[in-house]
Design a protein around this ligand. Structure first.
Ligand code: DLL
Length: 435
């Protein structure tokens, strides 16, 4: 039986949800206009006044915000509440430029944790569960978000953070963890380590996992589900909109329900900014209608996906987003062809290889090169050079059939590719280093 954390909201009729969103949007636009000079200026430049926004039908009139605006206004320029009313900051792990810093009042923290509680409940979590959280704690939102959500559900919460994988497994076994929260790449590593330690899924009590914070494929889902003996649920969010819990998967596992009472989603054409109809792929944009301290309106996530209002068997009426294909800026253009790392991951797992790989792109004599190092498992190892070359050729052909360009495949020995304990780094684009 499917349970809900907040049945009234999660199964609300479309009309009632729109009414709720309309009211909250009108209030939020006024709050932002009055308290955030930067956004007031953007609205003034566009000739839009708070009175022009009467319902969600007027959303398109508002200006967009992007990561560049967040950098320009770092650290306090988008704050909509006095600092004395803020109780927390969280931040992105950005490696280049300024970090994004998000602020929370106690009310914001409460709503955020509520969203995470919905996600845990949709994955079957109850107060009888032991929830093992090994997303990073600290500035990253993964650990703190799920920690709070797990407390709300009433689970016994293990605030493990990431790292020291053998110890994670020992704790998981000793304390009978039933729910695991971490990145999908770390879940794959935990599964691998479990088996390396000589255990099987019979030696652990896990039943479900909530994995997100990075793109992962359906093939990766099946591989994690098998190695940990669980059901693996996708969960989505970003620091700018609070953190994890913006959207979560239910038992149907066909996309993530968006918490529409807090976030209004739109899909736009990333080139033109035009709003696209439901069912078309485009850039996801969020307007947060309940946040007090850091309420971003029409924030461009750069994540590419599709929205769907198809009826869900779980009974939730919240709109669903598809798995993001990756960020629009994660897309590689190699010899003029658009390539998403997820396309390569799908082929590797389909062909029986591990999800441990590294994609390296470079430019040699004005031509783009694509090298993919792929780890073999023990059974795939051979001491005959010819066999190995044939395997590399077969895999390169399978990848070419999907991408349309020829990669150079390098099969490497088991465990030679560095494992991820957080967000995996699977692409090195050296062309950017040369430019
Ligand atoms: O990754 C928040 C989070 C933590 C989500 C734990 C889920 C679980 P950021 O570090 O700000 O926040 O990164 C946000 O990560 O714009 C997406 O590109 C990517 N992302 C997040 N969840 C998913 C997912 C957290 N389920 C950025 N699938 C987002 C694919 C995801 N990409």
């Amino acid at each position: 039986m499917e349970r809900y954390w907040n049945q009234e909201i999660e199964t609300m009729s479309r009309e009632d949800m729109k009414k709720l969103q309309d009211e909250r949007l009108v209030k939020q636009v006024r709050h932002v206009y009055e308290n955030v000079e930067y956004y007031r200026n953007l609205m003034d430049e566009k000739g839009v006044k708070p009175e022009d926004i009467k319902s969600t039908d007027d959303l398109y009139k508002l200006p967009f915000l992007s990561k560049a605006d967040l950098r320009d206004t770092y650290p306090y320029g988008l704050l909509a509440k006095p600092l004395s009313e803020c109780v927390r900051i969280q931040s992105t792990s950005g490696t280049t430029g300024k970090r994004v810093v998000a602020f929370y009042t106690q009310y914001d923290i409460d709503l955020w944790e509520d969203c995470c509680a919905r996600a845990i409940t949709a994955a079957g979590g109850t107060k009888d569960d032991v929830c093992h959280v090994c997303y990073g704690y600290g500035l990253f939102t993964g650990g703190p978000g799920f920690n709070g959500g797990s407390h709300k559900v009433g689970c016994l919460t293990l605030p493990m953070s990431s790292g020291n994988t053998e110890r994670q497994i020992t704790f998981m076994r000793d304390l009978g963890a039933t729910i695991l929260c971490c990145t999908p790449s770390y879940a794959a590593y935990i599964g691998e380590t479990l088996h390396d330690m000589g255990y099987t899924t019979d030696d652990i009590k896990l039943k479900a996992g909530l994995f997100g914070a990075e793109p992962w494929t359906e093939e990766m889902r099946h591989s994690i589900e098998e190695s940990l003996g669980i059901k693996a649920y996708d969960v989505y969010g970003l620091t700018e909109t609070s953190g994890p819990g913006v959207a979560f998967e239910c038992s149907e596992q066909t996309g993530m329900h968006i918490n529409e009472d807090h976030f209004i989603p739109e899909i736009i054409n990333p080139e033109t900014g035009e709003v696209l109809p439901e069912g078309e792929v485009g850039e996801l944009v969020f307007t947060s209608i309940t946040k007090e301290a850091f309420p971003l309106l029409r924030y461009r996530t750069r994540d590419l996906c599709v929205l769907s209002r198809k009826k869900c068997s779980c009974g939730r009426t919240l709109i669903k987003m598809s798995k993001p294909k990756g960020r629009s800026d994660d897309m590689l253009i190699i010899r003029g062809v658009n390539v998403f790392p997820s396309q390569i991951e799908t082929v590797l797992i389909e062909q029986g290889y591990s999800p441990n790989y590294l994609i390296e792109v470079d430019r040699v004599n004005n031509t783009d090169t694509l090298d993919i190092s792929v780890e073999m498992n023990i059974q795939q190892l051979s001491d005959k050079v010819k066999d190995m070359q044939a395997q590399e050729r077969n895999l390169a052909e399978a990848i070419k059939a999907v991408l349309g360009i020829n990669p150079k495949v390098h099969l490497v020995t088991p465990k030679s590719i560095t494992r991820s304990e957080g967000k995996a780094v699977r692409v090195i684009d050296r062309r950017k280093l040369h430019d």
